[in-house]
Design a protein around this ligand. Sequence first.
Ligand code: RM4
Ligand code: MN
Ligand code: MN
Length: 423
Amino acid sequence: MIDAGLIADHNAARADALAEDYAALGRQLARRGVEIETITAQAQGFSVAVPTWGVGTGGTRFARFPGPGEPRDIHDKLADCAVIQQLCRITPRVSPHFPWDAVGDYAGLRAEALALGLSFDAVNSNTFQDQPGQALSYKFGSLTHTDAAVRAQAVAHNIDCIGIGQALGSRALTVWIADGSNFPGQSDFAAAFDRYLDSMAQIVAAAPDGWRVFIEHKLYEPAFYSTVIADWGSSLMAAQALGPKARCLVDLGHHAPGANIEQIVARLRRAGKLGGFHFNDSKYGDDDLDAGAIDPFRLFLVFNELVGGTQDGAPALMIDQSHNVTDPVESLIASAVEIARAHAQALIVDREGLAAAQQSNDALAAHGALKAAFVTDVSPILAEARRRAGGAIAPVAALRASGWRAAAARERPAVAPGSAGIV
Ligand code: RM4
Ligand code: MN
Ligand code: MN
């Protein structure tokens, strides 16, 4: 963790400038009928979960270029997540992936997280890789495999993940499967979907009351012709067939370029099946770039759909990114801030003005209502919320000034030089 005195000094040096900017923004928002303290309180109540697999350097199928002080195991990953939370105060939960984060003692892991100020969010299963010693291969699928024995193995793994999640205090399982086909004719589309429903029904039945099972769709990759749960339509069909515990999870990078993701969000919400998000940004495909790095307006429009309209239970908000060229801890801090920014911007949309403009078909005024919120620099609100919660006014700058990464590099010798990696 970073020395609290260092954060206090960092904030003291920036406090006057922040107070000035906050006061100016407060006056600007007051003219628009928005009370800044209301927004700041909501910003302080906002949070997004961090993925354990995001704190290590990611890679492509060509190469991975590890950085210094990479986490070697789940214990190091939790330590990194604790630093992220210490500085930005909006990431108190961690989403683990199994078997990547497997340990012998999950009650102990839960206590370890708690001591770091963290708790566990949705657990993620993995049937897209074969593990050492695994009896049957997932080369041709997992939950939808033609062989019932492979399906049973994949179902059992997911049920194991639910058990681990219970020990960790989690209340959700996220299921993303790579199942699909690479050649027209290779797979019977209808039969594969039926097998999916049959396998998932067993997993959903094993989820305790109060749990949710998130169905994560993805257009393609690693299957390049068809994917069983390729889109929100397949996800919604499955969630509706699987009952109230089953919900759809929207990973922003899992759609065709140009897809209107905010409209998908509105549709799923309308159906009462919007379960959660994996936030990231993308230019071409499942790029897993930092949230808001490519299209911050789209991120804002997604949050605009969550703030406006009817509520069907708050969706779970998680980050799912791969950091190839940046320090992952810095990227996760910056991304969490961008996600919080989109949330705060959505809160200051003039909802009445927007509704009136929509009703009277005044397209320019309706768009203007959204743009007015989007172009407002809410940074002072986010910084003030962090400061009040004990975080850093400028979290990445504070991290850099602390020398934390160099200290981590001294403690953690490099483990996996230059290997290719899928995340
Ligand atoms: C997938 C998907 C899943 C993530 C894996 C590592 O593309 O986004 O959420 O668990 O990658
Ligand atoms: Mn994802
Ligand atoms: Mn993905």
